[in-house]
Design a protein around this ligand. Structure first.
Ligand SMILES: Cc1cc2nc3c(=O)[nH]c(=O)nc-3n(C[C@H](O)[C@H](O)[C@H](O)COP(=O)(O)OP(=O)(O)OC[C@H]3O[C@@H](n4cnc5c(N)ncnc54)[C@H](O)[C@@H]3O)c2cc1C
Length: 383
């Protein structure tokens, strides 16, 4: 990374931290209680230039390197506001880039400027009750009509499910072909007839993040709603996965850094056997492990972000980052919570929220087991 970029990022970081302290921290508890972040907040982020910063200037973005986007996600995760980090990531690092990379000129002009201002929130809809890790089980079907397609089916566990205005929906378009073939991506607007948002699901953590079921009952769409090529939705999905998985990894590293910071403050204050627990050798050893893991994974992120920018991050490397960074996140947060003793288990101690929020990082965006399948097949295939 050049010195110039480092300097720009460090100035941007101050803006982001100030924004988190002033605009997120005072509201976050209420959002968690409400189980949703108000839509208007995304516009606040947009006004501050914190949404989709790396989109091209012609759509209203800053055209800056992806590092700026990742910095926003990492700082929010580090501060412990993980519901926001997760929703933001889906909007800015996944949905917006599907449209940028696969959309027609008209689609890009319709959605991207509004995604940058926060007036339009994006969601990505793959998972169904019978299709998670194995998307070949997808049942949502788009039937050809005279002037387009009619989509019927359902999706579940969709992040931004309540707040989104544009949904990128994967549906089968060709039942004749087996496996991953014959799937198409569609852009479905939130107000389209036949489309219905289901309940905002109750979760173990990330309460402020809206995660929903979605229903499609003969939703009529035209050619203008097809994202990418008909029957080639999985190719688009494969193309976008490295960025999606690296973004999850970035959030994981930020989250682990935040937990380490909380633990460091606490062990210096908490007294046991006549001195701060930081003076206990076992605590120091654990801190050494945590700090080493955070450092290692930060370096991995730095290197892989460069590869992503150079369009050289492979599916296997992205899987390594997602797998290793989110597993590390879980371990570091668990150790940090342990240092808080019983207080760590109390809701008023932020570390307890880190703990519940982190768990799903090893599940969504591809489970750790699926990541290992991708890595294992790639590595063995090279022999
Ligand atoms: C909070 C949250 C937000 C989400 N957001 C979105 C979203 O925005 N959009 C979206 O489309 N989806 C989203 N998901 C869905 C998520 O991506 C899936 O839950 C995930 O891919 C796993 O699918 P599944 O839940 O059906 O589990 P399953 O696929 O049924 O897996 C069950 C278990 O079997 C294991 N398993 C399955 N196959 C293999 C294999 N071949 N080898 C080894 N182990 C295997 C899995 O690792 C897992 O441990 C979200 C989920 C959650 C919980």
């Amino acid at each position: 990374m050049s010195n110039e970029l480092k300097e720009e990022l460090s100035i941007f970081k101050e803006t982001v931290i100030r924004f988190i302290e002033n605009e997120v921290a005072p509201e976050y508890e209420q959002w968690e209680k409400n189980k949703i972040i108000p839509k208007s907040f995304y516009q606040k982020m947009g006004n501050e230039g914190l949404l989709c910063c790396d989109l091209p200037e012609e759509y209203g973005g800053f055209g800056v390197p992806v590092d700026f986007n990742f910095l926003v996600v990492e700082e929010i995760a580090k501060a412990g506001f993980f519901s926001l980090a997760a929703n933001l990531l889906v909007h800015a690092d996944i949905a917006a880039h599907y449209i940028l990379n696969m959309g027609t000129d008209d689609q890009k002009r319709k959605y991207l400027p509004l995604m940058i201002t926060g007036e339009c929130i994006g969601a990505i809809c793959m998972t169904e009750p019978s299709a998670g890790s194995d998307l070949q089980g997808m049942k949502t079907y788009a039937k050809r009509t005279n002037d387009g397609w009619s989509i019927s089916g359902s999706k579940t566990f969709i992040s931004n499910g309540q707040n989104a205005s544009v949904y990128i929906v994967a549906a089968k378009t060709n039942l004749e072909v087996a496996g991953a073939k014959g799937t198409t991506l569609f852009l479905v607007d939130g107000d389209q007839e036949g489309f219905e948002r289901g309940q905002n699901l109750n979760k173990l953590g990330q309460h402020a993040s809206d995660t929903s079921e979605l229903f499609f009952d003969n939703v009529n769409v035209t050619k203008a709603n097809v994202l990418g090529n008909v029957d080639e939705g999985f190719l688009g999905l494969m193309h976008e996965l490295p960025r999606e998985r690296l973004a999850c990894a970035v959030a994981g590293v930020g989250h682990a850094k935040g937990a380490l910071n909380l633990a460091l403050s606490y062990i210096k204050e908490r007294q046991a056997f006549g001195s701060p627990i930081a003076s206990i050798q076992d605590i120091r050893q654990k801190i050494a492990d945590m700090a080493t893991q955070v450092e290692l994974h930060s370096l991995m992120i730095e290197k892989y972000t460069e590869l992503l920018m150079a369009k050289n991050l492979s599916a296997s490397q992205a899987a390594m980052a997602k797998y290793s960074c989110t597993e590390m996140e879980g371990k570091v947060i668990d150790l940090a919570l342990q240092m808080f003793g019983g207080y760590g288990y109390m809701s008023e101690y932020p570390i307890s929220r880190f703990y519940v929020d982190a768990r799903v990082q090893r599940i969504y965006g591809g489970t750790s087991e699926i990541m290992k399948e991708i890595i294992g097949k790639d590595v063995i295939g090279r022999l």
